[in-house]
Design a protein around this ligand. Sequence first.
Ligand code: TRP
Length: 333
Amino acid sequence: MKKTILSGSTVTGDLTLGNYIGAIHNWKQLQDQYDCLYFLADLHALTTTQDPSVLKNRIYSFFAQYLALGLDPKKNVIFVQSHVHEHTELNWILTCLTPMGYLNRMTQFKEKAEKNIKNINAGLFTYPVLMAADILLYQADLVPVGEDQRQHLELCRDIVGFFERAYQKDIFKMPEAHIGKVGARIMSLQDPLKKMSKSDDNEKNFVSIIEDPKKIEKKIKSAATDSGTEIQFDEENKPGVSNLLTLYSALTGRTISELEQAYVGKMYGHLKVDLAEVVIETLKPVRAQYDDLIKNQDYLDELMKSGAERAQARAQKTLAQVYQAIGLVARKN
Ligand code: TRP
């Protein structure tokens, strides 16, 4: 039996070059070794009020972006969270078991609440419980999470314990963080000390995978570089140039030292011009594929449907066990 990996992504922004590199290094391998589920966390996006037409387009766009990056819908279960209503049902059960005190400790809640003082809603507060429901419904063994989601995964593990203590039933698998092979870590273009993120407020910090080539060029050319002029990999003293070299190496397969050699005596500008071209060429087929997919909404609908059906068949089983364990009466058919 293969282990189950589950990964969700909140529907905000567009996927970035960082995602591209993670994807090409991980997905093919993961899909052979594990039973993989990927979903778009559209419900999680609602903790900030969304413009309905923007959200709708974004859900299609995100789905198409994942496919354009090479996620295979036959080998992986790819679906939209709101298409499987069991997520919100289990969410309620788990919400009733999660102490406020535990949620109060979540640093992401504190950060987000600070950033968005005008809309500190209860959903923002209980967000990690919905995340726990996402994970536990599928009996996931492993969850690839970044630093920012680690605490939420810990809470999910606590919730497994709360359920067992309350109902004396051991239904959920205890999930663990999946530490994948670390592909290249791509940093923000303007602030190379932090990770490139799709939800960055400053869009100069990232290149999206479906970005216009002119914009790509501009963003790479205006990426932060460091004092000095030498093109050398030195993360501590030259984080900007190092990031560009990492990116270059990840996209071309040339080693960092090979690149350093090639750029001896050249300027940052040379590196940027070349790198911009590499990025544009790399993303060209991704964007072409995306353009094809996004025109074909019927096809996307169909894939979403079959993904949701496969996911739901599994989610239903877990939820039925939970309802039974807590004493709810099953509706007779
Ligand atoms: N909160 C995660 C993020 O913003 C997305 C997410 C929602 C998720 N549910 C999940 C990730 C379940 C892993 C497992 O990145």
